[in-house]
Write a protein that binds this ligand. Structure first.
Ligand code: HAM
Length: 438
């Protein structure tokens, strides 16, 4: 017997009724983001590999270990194959598109959101997949458009708090930090480099390498034995210049004024290289080890790092898979989890009536009713059994019914069966089944 094929490790199928929950989250995001005047951007699923190396950073776990990369065959012999990568995140693609389409020349702040799959070769576990979904947003533009203002940071954080509240996710925590300007970070990197000289030989091989190439990335290390050493390292907050301190103070003051609670976390540096100044994560207790619902921050130098104009920005991405888990954990979604029930099941009595049944179903669906269409090959008993599971009512289409124009309708909630004229059928099926006999 041949081996049955399964979805690849770390990927999964999303099936109804759970997909209804996914749709609800996406709809809420679209509604909330629209109130803040964000527009949707869709970038390609794969990009040139160098985009991620230059933005997310060569030394990050994402780029050094987790990307799905391949050499794309050249079309002509004279062409070199191109290294392509399935996007592990979407900020780099958005900033590339911002540069490519010269969006900075509008002089306006660009407020863009996206919903789509991302790919990272991580070790799969609950809440961590190799294909996962993100809902994210970026506010990016020339400094003259106010893109560096701490008000943008506070506005984005307030929008996220509003989104989670409207979705019904209670018990989130906003973890907040500043990683300083590019100059502050460079200074901190040198302080770390010096501090790591005597410590690195006792750490894992990755850390020994990072201590030389990109000391900040030592802070992402997950090896348990290295954690006590990491705890003793200098904190980035002590390396911030006055401008970064003032910027961060303005962010926290605006959050306090707006009543958005936050928790200062001086260890939050985030695992991507492009961050500057404000960085944040929203965590949720119901998620277990993978407790970050979302993460984000400023990336004031990213556009220039990939060859674009000066375009400071701030954004975030939420793990859609984790939002679903958080909602399920809260059991706030029983309604969505119920199987979808149709308004009516149309049961033709005999195959000769299939065409008439399709015509009736077409009419009712055009009137915005949810209709299941049966099959004349089924006996009435079987149709009744199926209909009882799938729909609130059954509409029987027999010879008599077609001749007389009066259809037999059975209401499964009340158990009542009556005749309803075709003219009245739409109105009848639109009435809540509980309140009326038929
Ligand atoms: P990130 O922290 O790498 O940031 O990912 C953001 C969120 O995506 C995480 O908090 C988590 O909810 C979800 N996520 C990440 N990896 C996985 C996975 N393997 N399985 C399930 N969910 C996952 C970024 O991606 C940045 N681009 C965010 C950003 C936007 N910063 C500025 N703008």
């Amino acid at each position: 017997m041949s081996q049955t094929l399964k979805a690849v490790r770390g990927t999964r199928d999303l099936l109804p009724p759970e997909t209804a929950l996914w749709n609800r989250i996406e709809t809420t995001a679209r509604q909330v983001f629209a109130r803040y005047n964000f527009g949707e951007i869709r970038t390609p699923i794969f990009e040139d590999t160098s985009l991620f190396a230059r933005s997310v950073g060569e030394e990050t776990d994402i780029v050094s270990k987790e990307m799905y990369t391949w050499e794309d065959r050249a079309r002509a012999q004279s062409e070199k194959p191109q290294s392509l990568t399935l996007r592990p995140e979407n900020t780099a693609g958005v900033v590339r598109a911002y540069i490519e389409h010269k969006l900075g020349e509008t002089g306006q702040l660009q407020k863009l959101f996206y919903i789509g799959p991302q790919f990272r070769r991580e070790r799969p576990q609950k809440g961590r997949y190799r294909q996962f979904w993100q809902i994210g947003a970026e506010a990016i533009g020339p400094p003259s458009a106010g893109s560096e203002s701490p008000l943008r940071d506070a506005e984005i954080l307030e929008m996220l708090a509003t989104f989670l509240d409207e979705l019904g996710i209670a018990g989130w925590t906003l973890e907040l930090n500043s990683v300083g300007s590019a100059a502050d970070r460079a200074r901190y990197n040198e302080i770390l480099r010096a501090a790591l000289v005597p410590l690195a030989p006792q750490m894992c091989v990755d850390c020994q390498r990072r201590a030389v190439t990109n000391p900040l990335r030592v802070l992402d290390c997950k090896v348990p034995e290295d954690q006590p050493i990491i705890e003793t390292l200098p904190k980035i907050g002590d390396s911030l210049g006055q401008e970064s301190i003032d910027h961060f103070a303005a962010v926290t003051a605006a959050l306090e004024a707006a009543g958005v609670p936050y928790h200062l976390n001086p260890r939050l540096v985030r695992g991507l290289d492009y961050y500057t100044r404000t960085t944040f994560e929203f965590t949720h207790g119901g998620l277990g080890a993978q407790n970050a619902l979302l993460g984000g921050g400023r990336y004031d130098g990213l556009s220039e790092a990939i060859g674009g104009p000066k375009a400071p920005g701030i954004g975030f991405a939420m793990g859609l898979d984790r939002l679903v888990l958080a909602l399920q954990a809260a059991e706030a979604v029983r309604k969505d989890a119920a199987p979808q029930i149709a308004d009516a099941y149309i049961a033709p009595l005999g195959e000769a009536l299939n065409a008439a049944a399709l015509t009736l179903a077409r009419e009712l669906r055009r009137a915005d009713l949810h209709i299941e269409l049966g099959d004349g090959a089924f006996r009435l008993k079987k149709s009744l059994e199926i209909a009882n599971k799938l729909a609130r009512r059954i509409v029987i289409v027999g010879e008599d019914e077609v001749q007389s124009g009066n259809l037999t309708v059975k209401n499964f909630l009340t158990g009542v069966q009556t005749k309803v004229s075709r003219a009245e059928l739409t109105a009848c099926l639109k009435k809540p089944a509980r309140e009326v006999p038929a």
